[in-house]
Design a protein around this ligand. Structure first.
Ligand SMILES: [Ca+2]
Ligand SMILES: [Ca+2]
Ligand SMILES: [Ca+2]
Ligand SMILES: [Ca+2]
Length: 467
């Protein structure tokens, strides 16, 4: 009696036994049962083969040569399965700026009962391009098979682009795994949030021109800098300028510091310039000159404002001059006429208003001035640099002549800006002399005189002569 066993893997098994049920005498007695046992450890190859496990025993004996065969079939029920996991293993969370690097780790694990072959993992990066995975590192056996229970680790890195940040949506990195046993594809994604904000600064400075401004006509140059200080590309940037006189200025520029693409790139500065010619109205108003720029954009609607202030320093001043423009010099007789010309000039930087000139004639009366004639603009304002001309005439009186002192004509000027009064006089000398002729006649009495004691009456005739 000999029993041989063929195990499921095709090897010959070693039977334990037999245990003889009636008599342990090495003979299979009539009615007796011999019992053998054998164990078999299922192999992964068996499982992977997927067919019923067949264990066959074959018995020969002298009386029944056989062989007599019996098999036990054990069905297999193993399935292939795997999991795919993708995580962001390094990098800021959330992402705040382009250039940040995200590291991803991909884990493919065999969670089933079958060896998995033909594993291929492909990666789709956030920008839609195909990534190149590093790996895999096989946790159990580096045999190119995803063994049961084994994990394969892949890694990949991604550098965030400005386009990603501007899009503002979560960054999605997706890995897709196929294999012979689990065609799938089995997909896993890692999502990385973004947190970038748009911000810009606006700076306006006076880049050229006198400080303070002292006169109309001076030119002030302004430089405006708009800078992207945030993490997003800024589009639709519009800068508008309000000049000191309230008008809208026309900016020159911008000059883009990084890329001349009409986008305010992250970190980029745009430079605009504008000039302004100070007006007399500005000077007369006397308040600081304010130039304001206002910037709007799609991402930073604002408006974001900045102003440049330029102080003014102008003062009002005038001169008054009075001259005798016609007439004898010196005056020698009553009745002579003296013409005076009065000049009031704005010698300061401000328009002067409310100008009033009053004249005091040599005889103490108030004269009536003729004029003014305005040299620049007949607008009743004494413009900067303008002269006003008045005239007045005076007829010398006998009293003046008799008084014998210089004739003084005085003009007095007041105004809103220069209250004064500012006074100027013209002096005209007099040169009249007193003279007389004497004629003596005898009007009564003897002639010749014959005796002492007679009165002599002398008639003096005075005549005043004028030359
Ligand atoms: Ca026996
Ligand atoms: Ca392996
Ligand atoms: Ca640009
Ligand atoms: Ca004028």
């Amino acid at each position: 009696m000999a029993a041989s066993d063929l195990l499921p893997d095709g090897s010959a098994g070693t039977l334990s036994g037999p245990a003889e049920s009636i008599s342990a005498n090495g003979e299979l007695n009539v009615g007796e049962s011999w019992t053998y046992t054998i164990s078999y450890t299922v192999t992964q190859t068996d499982v992977d083969a997927g067919t019923d496990l067949t264990n066959t025993v074959s018995v020969v004996s002298n009386q029944v040569p056989g062989p007599t065969v019996a098999s036990a079939l054990t069905p297999l029920s193993a399935s292939a399965s795997l999991t795919v996991d993708k995580v962001r293993s390094n990098g800021t969370d959330p992402v705040t700026a382009a250039g940040e690097v995200i590291d991803y780790t991909v884990t493919v694990q065999n969670t089933g009962g079958l060896t998995i072959t033909g594993v291929a993992a492909s990666d789709l990066l956030p920008d839609g391009s195909a990534g190149t995975l590093s790996g895999p590192a096989e946790s159990i056996s580096a045999n190119g098979e995803l063994n049961v229970g084994e994990s394969w680790i892949y890694t990949i890195s991604y550098t965030v682009t400005q386009t990603d940040v501007d899009a503002g949506t979560e960054l999605t990195n997706t890995v897709s795994v196929v294999s012979d046993q689990v065609p799938g594809p089995t997909v896993a994604s890692a999502l990385t949030p973004l947190s970038a904000s748009a911000s810009l600064t606006v700076d306006k400075v006076r880049s050229n021109g006198t400080d303070p401004v002292t006169a109309a006509g001076e030119i002030i140059d302004y430089t405006i800098t708009v800078q992207n200080t945030g993490g997003l590309t800024i589009t639709g940037v519009i800068a508008s300028d309000l000049l000191p006189d309230g008008s809208t200025g026309t900016l020159t520029g911008p000059t883009e510091s990084i890329s001349a693409n009409s986008e305010l790139n992250v970190g980029e500065s745009w430079i605009y310039t504008i000039s302004y010619t100070v007006t007399q109205d500005d000077m007369d108003a006397g308040t600081e000159l304010t130039n304001t720029v206002s910037v709007v954009s799609n991402q930073a609607p604002g408006p974001t404002l900045d102003s440049a202030l330029t102080p003014l320093s102008a003062s009002a001043s005038l001169t008054v001059d009075k001259v005798r423009s016609n007439g004898t010099d010196p005056v020698t007789a009553a009745g002579e006429i003296i013409d005076y010309t009065i000049t009031v000039q704005n010698t300061g930087g401000l328009t002067i208003t409310g100008v009033a000139a009053s004249d005091l004639l040599p005889d103490g009366s108030t004269g009536t001035l003729t004029g003014p004639t305005e040299s620049i603009s007949a607008n009743s304002e004494l413009n900067v640099g303008e002269s006003w001309i008045y005239t007045i005439s005076y007829t010398v009186t006998q009293t003046d002549v008799d008084a014998g002192t210089e004739l003084t004509n005085t003009v007095s000027v007041v105004s809103d800006q220069v209250p004064g009064p500012t006074v100027a006089s013209a002096l005209t000398p007099l040169s009249a002399s007193a003279s007389l002729t004497v004629d003596k006649v005898r009007s009564n009495g003897t002639d010749p005189v014959t005796a002492a004691g007679r009165s002599l009456i002398i008639l003096l005739l005075f005549k005043t002569r004028g030359d």
